[in-house]
Design a protein around this ligand. Structure first.
Ligand SMILES: C[S@@+](CC[C@H](N)C(=O)[O-])C[C@H]1O[C@@H](n2cnc3c(N)ncnc32)[C@H](O)[C@@H]1O
Length: 189
């Protein structure tokens, strides 16, 4: 299982989520008790699927999930946090600065996925949309050899079935991947 090489930084991020994240309405008030397991560790579960020194975009990052835990755990990655809503974008800019994450490693961009023009090795996302909607937003952000990694729950297999015609058309394949801590992701290659 992956762990945070800088646990102090992960603790600071957990405190920011528990305080400002809840005050700003980015997480529900009941989340305080489960910030580590439901948010930080769930995000971290994607780490083993991502190659060394890769470029990664977190689409619909919200309060920084899964992108900020990945940035803390994997300083080798270049991570872009993409978020269209001003309040969430502001939270991300302030949080990245407060954590002291270097600009060369993490940047924050205010944009919808479909308006963003760059290409990455990985698109990661959590709780943004079903796969049928993620595919048209996220595939254009991927390099030809890139992968979409979407954290999901029990609906993963059903979402893949519903997206089958789009997957065929775009010549992509999708599978459900079981992750540490009981988390689940859809991987589209
Ligand atoms: C339910 S929140 C999830 C936030 C975070 N990923 C998490 O797991 O806590 C969904 C996020 O997706 C963002 N979003 C919605 N449509 C989007 C789009 N077309 N492109 C990028 N982000 C989008 C929203 O602004 C919101 O921050």
């Amino acid at each position: 299982m992956w762990s945070f090489p800088q646990p102090d930084l992960a603790e600071r991020y957990a405190s920011i989520l528990a305080d400002k994240g809840i005050r700003w309405g980015l997480l529900g008030p009941k989340e305080t008790e489960r910030i580590w397991e439901r948010h930080l560790l769930n995000s971290l579960a994607l780490a083993p699927l991502i190659a060394q020194s890769a470029t990664v975009v977190d689409v619909g990052s919200g309060a920084g999930l899964p992108g900020i835990p990945l940035a803390i755990a994997r300083p080798d990655l270049q991570i872009t946090l993409l978020e269209p809503l001003l309040r969430r974008y502001t939270f991300l800019v302030e949080t990245v600065a407060e954590l002291g994450l270097p600009e060369t490693q993490v940047r924050v961009i205010r944009s919808r996925a479909e308006d963003h023009q760059e290409r990455y090795q990985y698109v990661v996302c959590r709780a943004v949309a079903p796969l049928t909607r993620l595919l048209p937003w996220c595939l254009p952000l991927l390099r030809p050899d890139g992968e979409l990694l979407a954290l999901k729950g029990e609906t993963a297999q059903q979402e893949i079935s519903e997206a089958a015609p789009q997957l065929r058309r775009t010549k992509r394949t999708a599978e459900v991947v079981a992750l540490d801590g009981g988390a689940t992701a859809i991987r589209v290659c």
